[in-house]
Design a binder for this molecule. Sequence first.
Ligand SMILES: *Cc1c(COP(=O)(O)O)cnc(C)c1O
Length: 374
Amino acid sequence: MIPFNVPPYCGREDGYVLEAIHAHKISGDGAFTKKCHAWLEERTGTAKALLTTSCTHALDMAALLCRLEPGDEVILPSYTFSSTANAFVLAGAVPVFVDIRPDTMNIDETLIEDAVTDRTRVICPVHYAGVGCEMDAILDVARRHGLKVVEDAAQGVLASYKGQPLGTIGDYGCFSFHESKNYSMGEGGALLMREFDPRAEVIREKGTNRSRFLRGQVDKYTWEDLGSSYLPSELNAAYLYGQLEMADEINAARLHCWDLYREGLAPLQREGFIDWQTVPEGCVHNGHMFYVKAKDIQERTALIAFLRERGVQSVFHYVPLHSAAAGRRFGRFHGEDKYTTSESERLLRLPMHYGLTDDEVEQVVQAVTAFYKA
Ligand SMILES: *Cc1c(COP(=O)(O)O)cnc(C)c1O
């Protein structure tokens, strides 16, 4: 079976984890966490990066930093992971979902302004598959209405929009280092800040000023604000650092597989059997995902079964949030669901991971082709 995902491993991670163990420093914010912070800040140019226990928690922190009040509204796509909405619901806000664009599966930037009310505080675009949302248009709406922008860049590490790294364009950016993402620490993530708000360190350290205490800036640490435990162990940071050092190799390998898929499946796309993702002008993606779109949900179900018989694991995801029980309870959809449900039902993700070989991509291409040409 060609697995859909294999967690990335480059070879240095175990050595670094042992180093952390032998240094007797396995809680958070040790040498490896600092190296990861420096790497993230240098590679993205963000003012401040903080490793977190997940992208979910980075989103939670961003929502707290936005100082939301009960009843405030946040505009986001419905085609996303539950965490994007949960962060704002936990902070007391109401998720207001708007439709996506069928070409990128990203929020349709032209529909955002119509969803703005006097309670709107935040826009949260999700860069699906590491392909940037139309950030110029989104920032323009945000500026004119005084809104914050939180980027869910869980899938967007090392991708960019008009030369700017995803996650650094809005007020806050959230990365994921889950084992299903391009770079991993098992479970983990990072919060990026365009301007450093010292409150972020307090929120991350259980609401205390421990970060300042450890730097010798205060002589005792106390409870200062809301917060929780959002800093990851050094063991996880050590694993991640082994990956970040190899980030360019990982990125190039993923893009290579992506290009092979594209080449191999081009005939099916040209003949109208499948659709695939568009990478708009100005967007540089990171090979996070390769997906195709079948005609409809019935065809997709048949394709999944056909691929499984030929040893290929393929997956879909994201039942649109507004149609899920919690989405109906906590949020609302603004405007028409023209594409969110129908396009999500067509989408199928093919195997994509670091270490996927050319032969395996070729096998997948042949299996998909056999399905349509049989
Ligand atoms: C993976 C993912 C998350 C959650 O990331 P975790 O690190 O697992 O918490 C959130 N949003 C999107 C779009 C994701 O793909």
